[in-house]
Design a protein around this ligand. Structure first.
Ligand SMILES: [Mn+2]
Length: 240
């Protein structure tokens, strides 16, 4: 039985259209999961119904998080999407209550930190000047900067290295880490690039983009660990 992974839909504001990067689906599929894109809706009855068949959730990249989620005015956040914020908050709370595995990528790490009580840099370049290149040019499957994997953190244990080259395409980042969450990866300019929640079965979030680099060993291992924990959840927690 392959675990079913709920994938947050991406939204193109200009085209008023949902869309998807195949890398998210491929990453899940290659690791042995079945990706299922969640309906783009704030109807909680629908989200509760789809939740019944889902074992774990992938919080994808995309739109900036509305700073209202961390009680700040919008200074330089772009392309916020109220529907995504609302539905992802509902799903995150639901997943947490049910102890379902969660993997956050890019916007994923940002909204998770905001929902857990942390804050974000709304525009990294103007608020945190550094030599690191957090917005790389294409191709996105090439490394842009390094991260330090904190000693004995789950990512350090998984990958067996203290330094990892990652791609980078984000103009926001964690500013104040949410209470209860821990850092597992950090860029050389002190920007937090990986977090986890020790108290949960599996809640990891990273700032880089394994979906653009599904052939990297680190990407395969991260998706692999996520799907492995989705299987654990399915076998040990679900009723089906
Ligand atoms: Mn970065």
């Amino acid at each position: 039985m392959k675990p079913i992974i709920g994938v947050m839909p991406l939204f193109d504001t200009e085209k008023n259209s949902i869309w998807m990067l195949p890398g998210y689906l491929k990453g899940v599929e290659d690791a042995g999961g079945i990706p299922l894109v969640i309906p783009y809706t704030t109807d909680t009855a629908i989200l509760e119904e789809t939740d019944k068949i889902i074992d774990a959730y992938l919080f994808t990249g995309g739109n900036d998080v509305d700073p209202a989620l961390y009680d700040e005015a919008n200074v330089s956040s772009k392309d916020v999407n109220e529907i995504r914020d609302t539905m992802e908050k509902f799903i995150y709370d639901l997943a947490k209550k049910e102890n379902k595995p969660v993997l956050g990528i890019c916007r994923g790490i940002q909204i998770i930190n905001a929902l857990e009580g942390g804050t974000l840099y709304q525009d990294l370049e103007s608020e945190h000047r550094s030599a690191e290149r957090h917005i790389q040019k294409t191709p996105y499957d090439k490394p842009a900067h390094e991260v330090i994997l904190l000693y004995e953190s789950p990512l350090h244990k998984l990958l067996g290295t203290e330094r990892l080259s990652v791609n980078s395409y984000h103009h926001q980042a964690i500013k104040k880490l949410a209470p209860g969450l821990r850092i597992m990866a950090m860029a050389l300019d002190d920007i937090i690039e990986g977090i986890y929640d020790k108290k949960r079965l599996f809640m990891w979030a990273i700032q880089w983009h394994p979906e653009f680099a599904t052939e990297w060993d680190s990407s395969k291992k991260i998706f692999g660990k996520f799907i492995e924990m989705a299987e654990v959840w399915h076998n040990e927690y679900s009723c089906s």
